[in-house]
Design a protein around this ligand. Structure first.
Ligand code: NAX
Length: 329
């Protein structure tokens, strides 16, 4: 059994955390041999609810949990932390687009970036789930200059999982046979879910499903899936978001399998293989070895795909500008 690691979940009294905490404490993310000190950060009005979550974690009798620390203090939460799930933010409600949330939420991620800079381990791994996730991750990293930019990522794994589920249903396949569907760009309605490199049981998706479905209905279904869940449930995706956060961090911690890549929002490096502008958080196909991600080069980007990448890039550049203006105000 390894030494315990400190893991923080923010928004710990919220609905995504309610599913996510179970997965972390049960060993689904860091493995069944990794003990965990679980720190739960939320805001003062939620402390009563959080107390109930702490009781339930206790009542689950998880063998891997060495300690559970509920707090409202970022200094307590982030001190010597190894892994952070930044979930806490104002959620999107019916009829709201993610842009509406930007100015409220970006300030939270500025404060949390500064706190991570001061208190966290320098090799801390940070996953941003709270929306607008890509731009929040960028702001968080910007205000934590002592931590490498590679250590901040944004979640597009839910979109990837949604894309895989749509294709599995379309061709009548077991989901485990669907590989290498990627999400490019922003976790928003401009994201580009891309099947052009995907396979089902080793066969190209493009040979199994007609191009017009892949370029139209498939793209919009994945782009608008979050809104569809809100319309049906009157609340945003929670169980599926928690599962995706667990998938994202498990792959970051343990590594991806050879030839089976995953989508992650990462701070774009200068010379990235897909000519995306430097310094935005953009979702690419990545592989992960020794807890380091790298963008997988060489996937074909046809004219249709390039036009989609350009749209989502434009949105991310605009969000960045807006977010920096809010932070500098
Ligand atoms: P909830 O409203 O259920 O929970 C959010 C929690 O965050 C609340 O308990 C709230 O008190 C807390 N919070 C607010 N400000 C905080 C702060 N400064 N520090 C710590 N905690 C704070 O929302 P939930 O459904 O759990 O969603 C959380 C976030 O995930 C939202 O921003 C939502 O939009 C986003 N999502 C992101 C997804 C993605 O794929 N990247 C998909 C699902 C989800 O929509």
């Amino acid at each position: 059994m390894s030494e315990p690691i400190k893991v923080v979940v923010t928004g710990a009294a919220g609905q995504i955390a309610y599913s996510l905490l179970y997965m972390i404490a049960n060993g689904d993310v860091f493995g069944k041999n990794q003990k965990i000190i679980l720190t739960l950060l939320d805001i003062p009005p939620m402390m009563g609810v959080l107390e109930g979550v702490v009781m339930e974690l206790s009542d689950c009798a998880f063998t891997l949990l060495t300690e559970v620390i509920p707090t409202t203090d970022v200094a307590v939460a982030f001190k010597d932390v190894s892994v952070v799930f930044l979930v806490g933010a104002m959620p999107r409600r019916e009829g709201m687009e993610r842009k509406d949330l930007l100015s409220a939420n970006v300030k939270i991620f500025k404060v949390q970036g500064e706190a991570l800079n001061t208190y966290a381990k320098k090799d801390v791994k940070v996953l941003v789930v709270g929306n607008p996730a890509n731009t929040n991750a960028l702001i968080c990293s910007h205000y934590a200059p002592s931590i490498p930019k590679e250590n901040f990522t944004a979640m597009t794994r839910l979109d990837q999982n949604r894309a895989c589920a749509q294709i599995a249903q379309k061709v009548g396949s077991d989901i485990t046979k669907v590989k290498n569907l990627f999400i490019w760009g922003n976790h928003s309605a401009t994201q580009f879910p891309d099947c052009s490199n995907g396979t089902v049981d080793g066969k190209p998706v493009t040979d199994l499903v007609d191009a017009s479905y892949l370029e139209n209905e498939f793209v919009t279904t994945v782009q608008k899936r979050g809104a569809a869940v809100i319309a049906a449930r009157k609340m945003s995706s929670a169980m599926s978001a928690a599962k995706a956060a667990a998938d994202h961090v498990r792959d970051w911690w343990i590594g991806t399998q050879s030839g089976n890549y995953v989508s992650m929002g990462v701070v774009t490096p200068k010379d990235n293989p897909y000519n995306v502008p430097e310094g935005i958080v953009f979702s690419f196909p990545v592989e992960i070895k020794n807890k380091q991600w790298s963008i997988v080069p060489g996937f074909k980007i046809n004219d249709f795909a390039r036009s989609k990448l350009d749209i989502t890039t434009k949105e991310l550049l605009e969000e960045k500008e807006e977010a920096m203006a809010v932070c500098n105000a």
